[in-house]
Ligand binder design. Structure first.
Ligand code: SF4
Ligand code: F3S
Length: 107
């Protein structure tokens, strides 16, 4: 199993999640983070840390967001590791909770 970052992280990217990951499984893109399924040890620590509720176990991803399982695996291979929290985008709060942000994902 692995944990997965889903739609609501896009353009919120609070990065609180990266501080607790014991295996540095988070990878950073321009406006989204992805978890490397080959690194994640299912410790569950990151899930409650996300202010946007954007982290789920892969077996419990919200309906309609199943594509994020494969997307995390793909993007984690392409993006660098992030281990330290950074300031979120200035408009993160405005985007928190907006549905269907996938077309806004930057690679
Ligand atoms: Fe890292 Fe644990 Fe979250 Fe997996 S579940 S990404 S190991 S903090
Ligand atoms: Fe994204 Fe939540 Fe982490 S918004 S960057 S998954 S804290």
């Amino acid at each position: 199993m692995t944990f997965v970052v889903v739609d609501n992280c896009i353009k919120c990217k609070y990065t609180d999640c990266v501080e607790v990951c014991p295996v540095d499984a988070f990878h950073e893109g321009p406006n989204f983070l992805a978890i490397d399924p080959d690194e994640c040890i299912d410790c569950t620590l990151c899930e409650p840390e996300c202010p946007a509720n954007a982290i789920f176990p892969e077996d419990d991803v919200p309906a309609g967001q199943e594509q994020f399982v494969a997307l995390n695996a793909e993007l984690a291979k392409a993006w660098p590791v992030i281990t330290e929290r950074k300031e979120p985008p200035a408009d993160a709060k405005d985007w928190d909770g907006k549905p269907n942000k996938l077309p806004l994902l930057q690679r």
